[in-house]
Design a protein around this ligand. Structure first.
Ligand SMILES: NC(=O)c1ccc[n+]([C@@H]2O[C@H](COP(=O)([O-])OP(=O)(O)OC[C@H]3O[C@@H](n4cnc5c(N)ncnc54)[C@H](O)[C@@H]3O)[C@@H](O)[C@H]2O)c1
Length: 271
């Protein structure tokens, strides 16, 4: 996510520093970005000079101090672990300019759980991008109880400058907007499957042809990883205690048998 967030900004003319803990991760990020950008050139959608300029605008470094030193906005996209995020925010608070906005790309952790690790909670905000960032247009900007109007404006403006469409959530809520609606639809799909109403392929076909969604819930689950779907449901179930969120036994069986979707060659479908 971090690699593509950086590249998307650079494609729109913004100078970016991309930080990770190892040179190897940074090399992987650069290789992957170069592949994406060059494919656009091959397809005639981007001029070669513009592609090279966009790649050159991403400056990779393992030194967080160097990465943060001149930043207007920092977008954190480390592992989904509250402790890791809090310690990074505490470090960034010392390393980034006093006026910089500190944003988190977390899918599940609201900024209020991280912002108090800094001395500038009013400048902290969620900017939730979607995978793959180079393709998906949306950014959910979520304000915490202490986020200032100015910070919200800057996050919304940056998303637009990055060529993305931002939406604003005025309150922190589990799953934000998109994952909440996706979870509700996915939950219903699993209920229909578990009740024997229809097979997964027919449920996917119904959703794809009847609602015009590009992928039904089972195909999408295979695409994102069934472990991701399972863990998201388990998180909702544990945090709310609501039986409606209990993961489907058929989903659990897939995950326990290591059939996680495309990445393992089999999930609901075979690849
Ligand atoms: N994968 C998705 O579809 C998706 C979508 C939206 C948001 N997110 C969010 O983005 C974040 C990252 O997800 P991802 O899928 O890119 O994870 P990932 O595991 O692919 O990448 C995480 C990166 O963070 C680096 N990292 C870990 N600790 C670090 C530290 N202390 N300092 C610097 N770098 C560190 C790792 O080396 C790795 O390159 C998570 O918060 C996740 O919720 C993910």
């Amino acid at each position: 996510m971090g690699a593509q967030i950086a590249q998307q900004a650079a494609l729109e003319g913004i100078e970016v520093r991309l930080h990770d803990t190892s040179d190897e991760q940074l090399r992987k990020a650069e290789d992957s970005n170069r592949g994406h950008v060059r494919r656009r050139v091959e397809k005639g959608r981007l001029a070669r000079e513009d592609a090279e300029a966009a790649l050159a605008r991403v400056h990779a470094t393992t030194d967080l101090a160097e990465a943060a030193r001149d930043a207007d906005v920092v977008i954190e996209a480390v592992f989904e672990d509250l402790g890791v995020k809090r310690s990074i925010f505490a470090e960034l608070d010392h390393l980034a300019p006093a006026g910089a906005v500190l944003a988190s790309n977390s899918s599940t952790i609201g900024i209020s759980k991280i912002a108090d690790a800094t001395s500038r909670p009013q400048q902290c905000v969620n900017m939730h991008f979607f995978y793959p960032v180079l393709v998906m247009d949306l950014v959910e900007v979520v304000r915490g109880p202490q986020t200032s109007d100015e910070t919200v404006d800057r996050a919304m403006r940056l998303a637009r400058e990055m060529g993305r469409t931002p939406v604003l959530l005025n309150k922190e809520i589990d799953g934000f907007i998109v994952n909440r609606i996706l979870h509700a639809a996915t939950q219903e799909a699993y209920r229909l499957l578990d009740a024997g109403v229809a097979g997964f392929e027919d449920i996917d076909t119904a959703v794809e042809k009847g609602l015009n969604w590009p992928m039904g819930p089972f195909r999408l689950g295979d695409f994102s990883g069934l472990d991701v779907t399972y863990n998201a449901r388990l998180h909702m179930f544990k945090s709310t205690g609501d039986e409606r969120y209990r993961p489907s036994p058929q989903l659990e069986a897939k995950v326990k048998s290591g059939k996680l979707g495309r990445k393992t060659g089999e999930g609901w479908y075979r690849y």
